[in-house]
Write a protein that binds this ligand. Structure first.
Ligand code: MG
Length: 279
């Protein structure tokens, strides 16, 4: 009887160990190098997931839709008003007012097309932290048209706010302004930073502590050697703004870490088809 129980216990242990082993092996797609608990796909919704439901770009509703879809990231653009408020908007102007020359209260008089107030960065980050552990907040800092120094001030304020709100683990910083990214790295050496302008090799990024190359996909067509050197140098690969199936398929084939798109639903479908082919 004693012997029989021993065998049962042993079988149970083998079963449990095998279960753990196989569950580890069947993770559907590779997790990105920085990821922990984020959605297991490579989709970054560009300015949120706005297109399908005709939401305003960069609205909190578009961010919430990206979270609801289960994108691994949702991107948004940050600018600073004349009175130093950080707000989320793509263009340098809003309702014909130049953001950098207008105070926040004046801008807030105009609503987005869905009735939302133009979001402050604080409101946007808080919405991104609410009921969300799976979607990264991909925070683009737009270069300042006033001065390089003002651009760095925006970076300082954004990093401070991200830290105060406890959004550090969720945030990826991106910018076309290399000095803004270097400033962020100086302020937080563990910050995830991706450069957008496509004119620096992965080796250069690595030397400056920048963690990713987030370039227009045509840059990677022109410099396919950068894909290999990014992988060798552990530089994250991201491409924007990829809206056609053929480009998505090529980047999936190249095993990019992220793809930034206005068409997250289409990219989900392309990933599904790729995974189906593998079976
Ligand atoms: Mg952007």
């Amino acid at each position: 009887m004693f012997f029989y129980q021993d065998i049962v216990t042993m079988k149970l242990k083998i079963f449990l160990i095998a279960g753990l082993f196989f569950s580890g092996c069947t993770t559907p797609t590779k997790m990105t190098k920085t990821g922990n608990g984020f959605a297991d796909n490579i989709i970054v919704a560009h300015r949120g997931a706005w297109k399908k439901n005709q939401l305003p770009e960069n609205s909190i509703a578009a961010l919430k839709e990206a979270i609801a879809l289960g994108c691994t990231g949702s991107e948004f653009d940050v600018r600073m008003t004349a009175d130093d408020s950080l707000i989320v908007n793509h263009d340098p102007d809003y309702h014909k007012l130049v953001i950098e020359k207008t105070n926040y209260t004046q801008l807030a008089e105009y609503k987005l097309s869905n009735g939302e107030k133009i979001p402050t960065l604080q409101e946007y980050l808080l919405a991104g932290l609410q009921n969300n552990k799976r979607t990264r907040l991909v925070l683009e800092i737009k270069p300042s048209d006033v001065s390089k120094e003002r651009g760095k001030l925006i970076a300082e304020k954004a990093v401070k706010l991200v830290h105060e709100l406890g959004a550090r683990h969720m945030t990826v910083y991106i910018s076309f302004d290399y000095d803004i990214l270097k400033k962020i790295h100086e302020l937080d050496a563990s910050a995830s930073t991706q450069y957008l302008d496509g004119n620096r090799s992965p080796e250069e990024l690595k030397a400056d502590g920048i963690t990713g190359a987030d370039y227009h996909y045509s840059v990677f067509r022109k410099h396919p050697e950068w894909i290999e050197s990014a992988k060798r140098n552990k530089i994250i690969l991201n491409a924007w703004t990829v809206n056609a199936a053929a480009e998505m398929d090529w980047l999936l084939d190249q095993q990019f870490d992220f793809i930034t798109t206005n068409e997250p639903e289409l990219l989900f479908e392309r990933i599904r088809l790729v995974n189906e082919k593998k079976k």
